[in-house]
Design a protein around this ligand. Structure first.
Ligand SMILES: [Zn+2]
Length: 245
């Protein structure tokens, strides 16, 4: 699927998918910034990592959506081993988490994602990427694939029907439209974070092209989860319908 003339793609993108956002991925331990030293002392990063790992563990024990994604991955032959597949790391503060397809690993940014709620959001989002990588031969360097998995991650988790409903006009059609817009924006942000070489227009064009197909693909959660709603529990309780026990 290379609609883009190859001249416009820099030759080797291997080391440049935005992973300078995750310095520890390159085997570097980033030095604490001067203000971190001043405010917390150098031991802070270890405390952060422990807190992050505890939050990850908590989500795997307690979050219905994380548990659902865990079952779905397991049923698809990609069972998660917490120690092997999830890493708490120091990241650039622009990002809160990521999925590294080279190592099939989820990165939770310990210095940004400090609450259980945030860690849960990151885990579910990145587990959707992991699920897509497991289910399909996903090529994250292919913009079509990247756009699709970002649409799915935004669609299944982030964009809330409820927030659209409180914005006045609650006609169902309008809410649907707002939800789709939210997913597009969220996916756009994610694609541009990973691919700084792609312009906003290019990213939008790809997102539009694959949108309907990927927006309507609700596996493995089976519904668009609304915030503060029983959807999470419902999705988890229905996981048997999809064969994810
Ligand atoms: Zn993503």
């Amino acid at each position: 699927m290379a609609e883009k003339p190859s001249e416009s793609i820099p030759v080797d993108k291997e080391d440049d998918w935005g992973y300078d956002l995750y310095p520890e991925r390159r085997g570097e331990t980033p030095r604490p910034k001067w203000w971190q030293m001043a405010l917390f002392g150098a031991g802070q990063t270890n405390t952060e990592r422990t807190t992050c790992e505890r939050n990850v563990y908590y989500c795997f024990q307690n979050s219905p959506l994380v548990k659902l994604m865990y079952s779905a991955l397991k049923a698809s032959g990609c069972e998660i081993d917490l120690r092997r597949h999830i890493a708490c790391e120091l990241c650039d503060i622009k990002v809160s988490g990521g999925y590294d397809p080279r190592f099939n690993q989820i990165v939770v940014c310990q210095n940004v994602a400090r609450s259980k709620g945030m860690v849960q959001g990151i885990l579910v989002h990145e587990m959707i990427h992991m699920f897509d990588a497991c289910r399909h031969e996903l090529n994250f360097k292919d913009l079509n694939h990247l756009a699709c998995t970002e649409i799915r991650a935004a669609n299944l988790t982030h964009c809330s029907f409820m927030s659209a409903m409180t914005q006045g006009d609650a006609s169902f059609f309008r809410i649907q439209k707002q939800h789709a817009e939210c997913v597009k924006n969220k996916a756009l942000g994610s694609v541009m974070a990973v691919r700084p070489d792609v312009t906003k227009e290019e990213a939008l064009a790809v997102i539009d092209k694959v949108f309907l197909k990927c927006y309507n693909d609700l596996e493995p959660i089976g519904r668009r989860v609304r915030r503060n709603s029983p959807d999470m529990m419902r999705a988890y309780n229905e996981k048997g319908n999809y064969g994810y026990d």
